[in-house]
Write a new protein. Structure first.
Length: 272
């Protein structure tokens, strides 16, 4: 029977209401993030018959840190429960390939919904809030389409349609809160940024893999799509950072001196 996601859960992964889609649909390449190669559409060998991960509590130690930081933003349960009416890929093998393709589209839409929802918490004028609410409703309608409608959707065009609105919200939220350096899409692999003043910086799409951000002031910085894998955030100040997700924090390193907004949780693997 088709299930409607309970309030507050729609933009967070709920593995109990999914069918292990993230363990089957994506392809893995053996790397620091994944211990094995896995073709797309093939179940991970760690996936159990009940569609649960057999090494969930030991993913990092087992070489699957990429699984820990993956976030579907609730797309998995939406595809399983809504688009396919409660059926998983194993229940309808003839639909599996289509289900995996829909999952990719849905994840992009749910990530956009998450961004719009975060933006609603930042907007402080009524016209801007109204525009965000209309945008959220429009994307939400797209997620309710059937498989054919979703697969025919131009996701890039949908993202491009609302990206300017998200950028304006970001600019307003960061205005007057610091130097506001522009590092959009910057290649900052392993960059030495210890103690840097990055208040209100634009870090959209920045590649901060392995960057040294110890003690950096990142208050009000925009982290939309920033890659924080292995970034060292020990002692950094991230209060007020915008569009910063829990999966980005999971990908980074930190400690108890790292300052976070009250809405964010300190990852368990961070140094105490």
């Amino acid at each position: 029977m088709t299930e409607t996601p309970p309030p507050g859960s729609a933009l967070r992964a709920d593995c109990e209401r999914c069918a292990g889609l993230c363990c089957v649909a994506p392809a893995f390449a053996a790397s620091a993030d994944f211990a094995i190669d896995k073709p797309g559409g093939q179940p991970c060998p760690n996936l159990q018959p009940d569609q649960r991960c057999g090494i969930h509590d030991d993913l990092r130690a087992s070489g699957f840190s990429g699984c820990v930081v993956f976030e579907c933003f609730g797309a998995g349960q939406r595809v399983t429960q809504i688009t396919f009416g409660g059926r998983g890929w194993a229940d309808a093998p003839d639909q599996a390939t289509r289900m995996f393709a829909v999952f990719g589209v849905m994840r992009a839409l749910h990530q956009l919904l998450w961004l719009l929802n975060e933006a609603l918490g930042l907007a402080d004028d009524e016209p801007r809030r109204a525009a965000l609410e209309r945008a959220f409703a429009a994307v939400e309608r797209e997620t309710l389409g059937d498989a054919e409608a979703l697969l025919s959707l131009d996701v890039g065009a949908t993202m491009g349609r609302f990206n300017p609105l998200l950028q304006r919200v970001s600019e307003d939220a960061r205005a007057g809160r610091g130097p506001g350096e522009d590092h959009r899409g910057a290649q900052l692999f392993g960059a030495a940024l210890q103690g840097a003043d990055l208040r209100a910086a634009n870090l959209r799409g920045a590649l901060l893999i392995g960057a040294d951000l110890r003690g950096a002031d990142l208050r009000s910085a925009d982290f939309t799509g920033a890659d924080l894998r292995g970034a060292d955030l020990r002692g950094a100040d991230l209060r007020g950072a915008i569009f910063l997700s829990s999966s980005q924090l999971e990908a980074a390193l930190g400690d108890r001196e790292t300052q976070l907004a009250t809405s964010l949780f300190r990852p368990n693997h961070w140094v105490s």
